[in-house]
Write a protein that binds this ligand. Structure first.
Ligand SMILES: [Cu+2]
Length: 645
């Protein structure tokens, strides 16, 4: 181990600047910085002189005694050791290329390499991670019923896997670290064999540190072409668009700790929107043209409401294939990892804007110039037709019995959140982090949104510290108070709760923005525990023993409980053990069926799904807010082979 004393390293900002440089030194395996002793420790086979040079390049002088020489570990003087950050440095990185479309025939092979790239976002160039050099990674076009092979080589500095989101494939290619495969180490590889039983739009991303890797750009889409010729209505052209957001601070993607996920409370919301990887996407279309938009939400946490004023939109498909009946729409809501297939008819020439709407704001997603050249053949008449999908009409026929049947499983989403100031003494007042006007002299819940009230001194102190770039050890204060006061959540369970029913901070049960960014930034899986609890028999345990049989159908009730320290929406995702139909939302039968793998459970909402179990193995179910998944909102269940599978 190389141990170097850096006398001027006194803040997290210093650590970040130094680790950004050291991470790029060849041979560095792990990096640990200790603010108490102002020491940097590096393992691996790196040249000590190169590590010393990297620290000097970051602008910090070295202690002459320890300049680059190998020393035994320094004696610790106590105090917390500070974790380090993934690099944000763009030096020497290849510039990101544009996303390519890769057509793969049955049996063909693709090489896929996740690696760092330098990508221009508006005025700045930032370090990102891309598959095969682009963000998003290549769009794969494959045939329904085919099989392809993907060799993944990990050129990042973090273990990885690839999860093929929405594909009902063999369990061992599902990309879940330790459960279905060993993580792919930096420099290592893994070969996936993918099958595509269902037409539609799918996507791929890592299943390790999703909060970091997905935000940094590791995602790509898969378009599975239907075998049936008229499965989709006619369209002139396909346009595949990912919608995403990234958090840019000080000209870099706000750095990530190597050891700990933050923003655990609400997930990380970005301040820059990325559509197909671009901040300023421009598209062209022709009057009379029907363009099929294939939309995927790849954001960590943000829900999008996509609109296109001035053109007509027709919903034709969702997560996995077409909808029961096509319908004209003015907006489509996409939660993280959900997909929508929308046909757009551009009626006349002009300048249009693809938009994202929240109750308070309108964001531009892309500019579309519509020219006057009308394409042949005309599809205007076909666009007017609203078709029905016979296979889903058949499902509808037998859904009545499932609607009235009791659920086979009941799953509840709940949060436990520590108050960073819970152990302070003296008079306390408590306020809602989302609604500062709600103040109480007792711990409790916010009557507006149901959130746990936090000691106000904590909130204001935190806000001050955060203004100074992470403070220096706010996170550790929280960690320590958590260790000493692990019972704060249970202590509060006895406090008087204000029952708020289905009311929530936002009337529609969606957190469109991060309204408590400073508190959110400090929350980690240690202080914010997201839970999925099995309430099938009224209990309070995690769903530890779910076992299904391939070929069966299971009714699962998903309850987003208001009696929680932080009620919030959750996009609930089930891996490729099968696919599901939404039966009802708050008791209202789903009006338009589509096969799904992710459903948005709004705050306070109850959703019944019918899970069609098809593929044996050990599978995951989790919230697709990356930070919630890493804070406990995930469990595995098994599917055993049935008589016919
Ligand atoms: Cu969640």
């Amino acid at each position: 181990m190389i141990s170097i004393h850096v006398p001027a390293m006194s803040s997290r900002q210093d650590v970040r600047a130094i680790s950004a440089r050291i991470c790029d030194v060849p041979g560095v395996q792990t990096l640990q910085a200790d603010l108490a002793t102002r020491t940097v420790e590096v393992t691996g086979c790196a040249d000590p002189c190169a590590v010393g040079a990297a620290i000097r390049a970051a602008g910090y002088a070295l202690d002459p005694r320890a300049d680059g020489s190998s020393l035994p570990a320094p004696a610790r003087t106590g105090g917390p050791s500070v974790d380090t950050f993934f690099s944000t440095d763009t030096t020497g990185l290849p510039e990101a290329t544009t996303t390519r479309v890769v057509e793969l025939a049955d049996g063909e092979t693709l090489d896929l390499r996740p690696a760092p790239v330098a990508k221009r976002l508006g005025e700045t160039t930032v370090r990102m991670l891309g598959y095969n050099g682009s963000v998003p990674g290549p769009t794969l076009r494959v045939q329904q019923g085919s099989e392809v092979v993907v060799h993944v080589t990990n050129d990042t500095d973090l273990e990885t896997t690839v999860h093929w989101h929405g594909l009902r494939l063999q369990n061992r290619y599902d990309g879940v670290p330790h459960d279905t495969q060993q993580p792919i180490p930096p420099g290592g590889g893994f070969t996936y064999r993918l099958s595509f039983p269902d037409p539609g739009l799918y996507w791929y991303h890592p299943h390790i540190r999703e909060d970091y890797t997905q935000e940094m750009g590791l995602y790509g889409t898969i378009l599975v072409e239907a075998t049936e010729p008229d499965y989709w209505p006619p369209a002139h052209r396909d346009v595949v668009l990912t919608v995403d957001d990234v958090l840019i601070e000080d000209g870099v993607i706000a750095p990530f700790s190597r050891t700990e996920t933050n923003y655990a409370a609400m997930g990380r919301y970005g301040n820059v929107l990325l559509v197909a990887g671009e901040t300023d996407l421009t598209l062209t279309a022709h009057a009379g043209e029907v363009v099929r938009l294939w939309l995927t939400n790849t954001a960590n946490s943000r829900v999008f409401d996509v609109r296109l004023p001035g053109a007509r939109m027709k919903l034709v498909g969702g997560d996995s294939g077409r909808v029961e009946h096509e319908e004209f729409i003015s907006s489509v809501v996409l939660a993280p990892s959900e997909r929508a297939v929308v046909d757009v008819l551009f009626e006349q020439p002009g300048e249009l804007t693809l938009e994202h709407h929240t109750p308070d704001r309108t964001y531009r997603l892309a500019s579309i110039t519509v020219t006057g050249e009308t394409p042949e053949p005309s599809l205007r008449q076909a666009f007017e037709e609203l078709r029905r999908a016979p296979e889903l009409a058949a499902e509808r026929e037998q859904l009545g019995a499932w609607l009235t049947a009791p659920p086979d499983k009941i799953l509840a989403a709940v949060a436990e959140m520590d108050d960073p100031a819970a152990d302070r003494t003296g008079p306390m007042s408590y306020a809602c982090p989302m609604h500062p006007e709600v103040v109480s002299d007792q711990p409790g819940r916010c009557p507006n949104c149901g959130m746990k009230l936090m000691a106000t001194s904590a909130a204001s102190v935190a806000g001050h510290d955060m203004g100074h770039d992470m403070g220096h050890d706010m996170g550790h204060d929280m960690g320590q108070s958590e260790a000493r006061h692990d019972s704060s959540a249970t202590a509060h369970a006895g406090a008087a709760h204000t029952h708020v029913g289905h009311a929530s901070g936002t009337a529609d049960g969606i957190e469109w923005e991060d309204d408590m960014a400073e508190l959110n930034r400090q929350t980690t899986p240690a202080t914010m525990r997201w839970k999925l609890l099995d309430r099938t028999t009224g209990g309070n345990s995690p769903p530890i023993d779910w076992q299904f049989t391939a070929g069966e159908r299971v009714k699962i009730r998903l309850v987003n409980e208001m009696d929680s320290d932080h009620p919030m929406h959750h996009p609930f995702h089930i891996h490729g053990a099968g696919r599901f139909l939404v039966l009802s939302r708050d008791g209202v039968p789903e009006p338009n069926l589509v096969w799904k793998d992710t459903v948005l459970i709004r705050t306070g909402q109850t959703i019944d799904i019918l899970f069609d179990v098809t593929n044996p193995g050990l599978w995951m179910a989790h919230c697709h807010i990356a930070e919630h998944m890493h804070s406990g909102m995930m469990f595995g269940f098994t599917v055993v082979a049935g008589a016919t599978s």
